[in-house]
Design a protein around this ligand. Structure first.
Ligand code: FAD
Length: 477
């Protein structure tokens, strides 16, 4: 068996792959990222959570580019859901874990967002090869993964070796099987989604115009995501009973679903469906809800949709992908530096990743019960996350991705975020005062603002692993 050419090979350049590759490269290791497509490429998953925007993105060092991309600011979510006939709205700002300038996320065109993250990986020293499709893992006589075969754009097959291979090739991954994992599909989340794009749709009244609008109706529920002043992502998540109609005549299916959902029909108004370019078709996804029996195997780590995904409601996909990427990078960096042994490092990765996945999974099962009031959903979130916050805060923290207290923000990160948001039209922060305050007060004020979020990544149990001060590795507590 050849010796490693790379420390790490990352397969797939979505949010999971860009995150893990950047953070391993930042720790000084040699990383190759292989991506099947030429970026920018289309992907669904447009509504982000504050944990990604203010937790992971600053650690990746890409907050300025993301803030300047002109993405829609999302202050929370508006739901027509459960027993209440009128829509109800939650704001991230109600939680002290997402104070002031961190109490928002973005609605993103994934073509642009993923491209920013992939270019950032390259900027941080990752060797990125696009149009390079991994076809097979290379294993040694013990079954440990040692590298991969990939096909370039000319169809030529190459062999590359590394100490670790990360599979972040998304929901279509087959590579994950080389880790020994099996994929278990959820018996509960068995819907399908039909989605497309409109121009000229209405908006929720201010200040909620940037919110995701989720509307339950007799066949399931709709998402309505304002991606720019003119562009809106609209998707119907419906029971598999509608599969024949959706796959046979998606235009007719969408028309019927919209007609059956007056609030979506109203807000769409005279909007026109886009019929050209990457947003010009109907797209269908199903069988998205699964969790693998393990998230790593000898020489291989699984991150993002390659490992697990719950359901589109509450937009947890990119959060799980980027948070999983951060956890995987800490484990790989710890192993490569020799500060933690492999079993402990990957057990830590899996424990924390599964815990976050589990929070969303358990909460969302209860959330699909439409016979409840929003107060019951809030209470359920507090129960699931075992939070000490009140019910509403616990709900907002869970759906903001910060329930696990595991994302590290520093005062400097916060100041940079405030500054970039302040210069953005319609930015969510009352920036001027906060920027001056943070800049003048340096660490202390920032940490006070962050409250319990400072010092995150603490050990889960006495003597366990905690995040290193730079957030890039594990150390013994
Ligand atoms: P991906 O983004 O899929 O990236 C994987 C990359 O790997 C791709 O670029 C692909 O080209 C590449 N690749 C694949 N195979 C190979 C190969 N063999 N070799 C090399 N490269 C390869 N999430 C949210 O956060 N918010 C939402 O609003 C949301 N809505 C959703 C709606 C629906 C209907 C569904 C199904 C999902 C939704 N998600 C949402 C989830 C989100 O799409 C995913 O969780 C997220 O894209 C996962 O990121 P990733 O990096 O793991 O995978």
């Amino acid at each position: 068996m050849s010796s490693p050419q790379y420390d790490v090979i990352v397969v797939g350049g979505g949010p999971a792959g860009s995150t893990v590759s950047t953070l391993v490269s930042k720790a000084g290791h040699r990383v190759l990222l292989l991506e099947k497509e030429k970026f920018p490429r289309y992907q669904i998953g447009e509504s982000l959570l504050p944990a990604t925007v203010h937790g992971v993105i600053p650690i990746l060092g890409v907050e300025k580019e993301v803030a300047e991309a002109g993405f829609t600011v999302k202050r929370g979510g508006t739901f027509k859901w459960g027993k209440r006939p009128e829509p109800w709205t939650f704001e991230f700002a109600v939680s002290s874990k997402m104070p002031g300038p961190t109490s928002f996320a973005y609605q993103v065109e994934r073509m642009k967002f993923d491209d920013i993250l992939l270019r950032n990986a390259r900027k941080h020293g990752v060797e990125v090869r696009e149009e390079s499709s991994v076809v097979k893992a290379i294993t040694d006589e013990t079954g440990r993964v040692r590298g991969v075969h990939y096909k370039d754009s000319d169809g030529k097959v190459h062999e590359v070796f590394a100490r670790y291979v990360v599979d972040s090739s998304g929901n279509t991954s087959r590579l994950f099987k080389a880790s020994g994992a099996e994929r278990h599909y959820s018996p509960f989340f068995r819907n399908l989604a039909l989605f497309t794009y409109f121009e000229g749709a209405g908006r929720l009244p201010a200040p909620n115009a940037g919110n995701i609008f989720s509307v339950a109706f007799e066949h399931g529920w709709f998402w309505f995501i304002p991606l720019s002043p003119d562009l809106t992502s609209v998707g119907a998540v419906v029971h598999q009973d509608s599969a024949e109609l959706v796959q046979g005549d998606p235009d007719e299916a969408m028309r019927r679903f919209i007609d059956a959902c007056p609030r979506i029909k109203d807000i769409l108004g005279d909007a026109k469906r886009i019929t050209e370019g990457p947003y010009g078709s109907y797209r269908v996804r199903k069988d998205w809800s699964y969790c693998n029996s393990r998230f790593s195997g000898p020489g291989m780590v699984l991150v993002g949709d390659s490992a697990c995904f719950v359901d589109p409601v509450f937009s947890s996909g990119v959060h799980l992908a980027t948070y999983g990427g951060l956890l995987a990078a800490r484990s790989i960096n710890g192993c490569l530096a020799g500060t933690v042994d492999e079993d402990a490092a990957f057990a830590e990765f899996e424990k924390r990743y599964r815990r976050e996945y589990g929070l969303f999974h358990e909460f969302l099962i209860g959330f699909y019960d439409m016979n409840k009031s929003e107060d019951s959903y809030f209470w359920q979130a507090r129960k699931v996350s075992e939070s000490a916050s009140n019910d509403v805060e616990a709900f907002v923290e869970l759906v903001g991705g910060v329930a696990s207290n595991d994302l590290r923000l520093t005062a400097d990160d916060l100041a940079a975020t405030v500054e970039s948001v302040e210069h953005k039209p319609g930015g969510a922060a009352n920036g001027t005062v906060l920027t001056r305050m943070l800049k003048a007060g340096a660490g202390l004020q920032g940490r006070a603002l962050l409250g319990s979020r400072s010092g995150e990544g603490a050990a889960l149990e006495p003597g366990g692993l905690r995040a290193s001060d730079d957030g890039l590795s594990w150390v013994r507590s």
